[in-house]
Design a protein around this ligand. Structure first.
Ligand code: KG4
Ligand code: ZN
Length: 340
């Protein structure tokens, strides 16, 4: 029986479909971003997201199969993100996947989005050697900030999470305060290159404290106060650049400190995978890479298109689950909140 898997992702503002062969070869991968639909509102609007997924998904999946040169009848399983995420988008993606599973007479696999990020590192060809369990996942996205030990397929141990904002959210909110467009992370990083990271001694919540939890809201508040103290709505660019650079340096310090604590707690992990949009940040990547090298660990930073939300990771989690015989009934629910 074929083990080709179609993966569907629709948990936030990307509609994505990908087809993977049983050995993990990517036969096709498509992502449609809804950023332009949400930009006027300065953030993701759930209702708009759900409608956009519904409009795009049938044709996107058809095109992914066409590019892979397979039909529904050739599939071994259909996998879709079933949570965590926005319920409207999840219902669209899983509803589509279940319909396809019924039509093709093939199993359905409900994928945890966080698990999909966690298992991406094992995609063949991504790193010199496929990381062996256990390894660490540092998930740094707009919706999640988590430090997780990946013990095996379906076996995860959370070491820490954010106590308030996700790290990407902190980037986006700070960028907004600095007058930058949504999504603010990339714009803030670009502006930070012009600034002095030592210009402002911003707080670094939880630094040097035990554990692997994150906190960013105090940092964001400090930036808000700094910006307000300038008494003008449009900050002069050099000043905004100094704030951006100081903010980025604080976030980088926090992440490095938390990762060092994770190594102390779990010296048995040999590799770290970073995922989520913030993993695109060069200053953060470089700092975490240096820390990993100093501790004899391998940092795996997948190419950006596989770090941010995509369907290759969903299909790959499907391949791993199918191999392990882990399929789901069509009654499997969507779970907007679904901790690993
Ligand atoms: O994983 P992702 O694409 O989407 C979800 O969160 O679902 O992450 C998006 C987040 C946004 O908050 C965005 O501002 C942030 O990642 N981001 C960055 C960078 N590129 C994207 N943050 C900092 N530096 C970047 N270069
Ligand atoms: Zn994600």
């Amino acid at each position: 029986m074929s083990q080709i898997v179609l993966g569907i992702e629709s948990s936030c503002d990307e509609t994505a479909a990908a087809v993977l062969a049983a050995d993990g070869r990517i036969l096709s991968e498509l992502v449609l971003s809804q950023i332009a639909d949400h930009a006027p509102w300065g953030g993701v609007v759930p209702e708009i997201a759900a409608r956009a997924h519904l409009a795009a998904l049938p044709e996107l999946a058809r095109e992914a199969l066409r590019q892979a040169g397979v039909g529904y009848a050739n599939l071994g399983a259909i996998a879709a993100t079933a949570g965590p995420g926005l319920i409207g988008g999840l219902l669209v993606g899983t509803g589509f996947a279940k319909g396809a599973a019924i039509a093709a007479g093939r199993p359905y696999i409900a994928i945890n989005h966080l698990e999909a990020h966690a298992l991406t590192a094992r995609l063949p060809g991504l790193s010199a050697a496929q990381p062996q369990f256990p390894y660490l996942l540092l998930l740094l996205s707009g919706g999640h900030s988590q430090c997780v030990v990946v013990e095996g397929v379906g076996r995860y141990h959370k070491l820490g999470t954010t106590l308030d904002d996700a790290v990407g959210e902190a980037f986006d909110k700070t960028a907004k305060l600095l007058g930058l467009p949504y999504p603010g992370g990339p714009a803030l990083e670009a502006l930070a290159r012009e600034g002095d990271a030592h210009a402002y001694p911003l707080p670094r919540p939880l630094l040097h404290r035990p554990g692997c939890d994150f906190s960013f809201s105090g940092l964001k508040t400090a930036v808000a106060q700094l910006a307000a103290a300038q008494g003008t709505t449009a900050l002069p660019r050099p000043l905004a650049a100094n704030i951006a650079a100081s903010f980025q340096a604080a976030v980088t310090d926090i992440l490095a400190d938390r990762l060092a604590n994770a190594f102390a707690r779990r010296p048995d992990v040999s590799a770290v995978i970073i995922a989520g949009g913030v993993a695109a940040n060069t200053a953060i990547r470089t700092r975490l890479d240096t820390l990993c090298a100093a501790q004899g660990k391998t940092l795996i930073a997948p190419p950006l298109r596989l770090c941010t939300d995509n369907a290759v990771m969903v299909a790959w989690a499907g391949v791993e689950r199918l191999r392990a015989g882990l399929t789901d009934p069509l009654t499997a629910p969507c779970k907007p909140r679904w901790p690993l």
